[in-house]
Design a protein around this ligand. Sequence first.
Ligand SMILES: Cc1cc2nc3c(=O)[nH]c(=O)nc-3n(C[C@H](O)[C@H](O)[C@H](O)COP(=O)(O)OP(=O)(O)OC[C@H]3O[C@@H](n4cnc5c(N)ncnc54)[C@H](O)[C@@H]3O)c2cc1C
Length: 415
Amino acid sequence: MSGNQRVLVVGMGVAGIAAAARLRRAGWAPVIVERAAERRTGGYFVALFGAGHAAAERLGILEHLHDRASVLPGVDMDRDGTTRPGMSYADMPGKPWLVLRGDVEQAAFATLPDDVEVRYSTTPTAIEQDAGGVDVTLLDTGTGETVTERFDLVVGADGLRSTVRELAFGKHERYLRRLGYMVAAFGFRGTPPGLAPGQAATLLEPDRSMWVFAFADHDPTILLSYRTDDVDAEFGRTPVESVRAAFGPQPAGSTLGAVLDEMENADALLFDSAEQAHVESWHRGRVVLLGDAAWCVTLFAGMGVSSALMAVDLLGTLLERRPGDLEGVLTEWEDGLRPYIGHYQENAPGDRRIFVVDNRAQIMLRRVIPKLGRTRLGKRLTDRIMRVDDVVKYKTADVVGEIMGRPPREERRVA
Ligand SMILES: Cc1cc2nc3c(=O)[nH]c(=O)nc-3n(C[C@H](O)[C@H](O)[C@H](O)COP(=O)(O)OP(=O)(O)OC[C@H]3O[C@@H](n4cnc5c(N)ncnc54)[C@H](O)[C@@H]3O)c2cc1C
């Protein structure tokens, strides 16, 4: 790779791995640094909508993935075990693929050439750029040693609380917006009591919910979500204490009870507040943010993985099309993506109601939706409630294919 332009990719999540692999294909020489001591392979349920699917296909990632959706219809349940027909995320408009975060991580990793250097237990501590390059100081947290190296481009793919963003753009407080909801995600070994293997379930109560995401060929994963007025207080206790308090004081019943018990023994419990990142421009000179670091849309939008893959796909293509014009590429890249990612962000607080409802009226509405959908008029109404047209345009369509098919900015202006 000597003679190629050097790119530092910070973060080895889905966004970082895919970016390194795609930029390598575009002729760059990537170095990946990851704060963790090893790959983070585990994970919770993620949906892959059409826009992400098309990007994954072009990136060579799709061939290493498969849809794990179960064919069993989902149920909606109460704590006392009463069940009625419910929904699975696979029923969402656009019929997304249901996979695990670790599936996409593994599939992206399979596309990463062996000659891409990966340094674990490494984090940037300073980023200085001039017209010709970026000097990045990297700390090896294992040995305590630091080294300063020069790169032609730095990609910050280091997640919601991005260090690259903090070093090159500014403090987290300036960019992060809390939605007022906490989430706990983890895997369930076996099948929760009251459910059949492969059966998805929702338990909806005002301001709190349990989702069981079921798969055809994998144990389910759980998502517990709840509203809070004080995110800091939620972080002030252990995750288990906070979640148990949020789902009390009523008796949990057998399914939710088993799920709460499982949380206490989960190998990898993700407990966090739902927060969006709003950054006015995703690139500054030779530093670009990508994925959750740039625009975290939150899990409520269901587009975190898809949007990261879309962004990588478009960036790689534009870098190939316009070598030597980094500023032009990054501007065109951001112009192309903004309307879509802006849409996911704007609608995420509304999409949140898919996961956690506000009141009993919304629960009742959820229960009648499947019945309404049986008549033509009712179907038109439910499509409106579910904003099906929006989903088709922004989530299901091959968004990047469409952006790439457009003439470049200058030609558009002339026309
Ligand atoms: C519960 C849950 C459910 C979700 N459901 C969906 C869904 O249905 N559909 C969907 O599309 N998306 C979903 N998402 C979002 C999705 O997982 C992410 O948007 C997506 O994985 C892209 O993440 P990323 O690679 O940008 O960041 P991350 O996955 O956060 O990866 C960032 C990486 O950077 C590393 N890192 C952090 N700081 C540093 C540092 N200073 N130096 C070096 N490395 C660093 C981290 O260790 C990590 O490996 C969900 C998220 C959650 C939490």
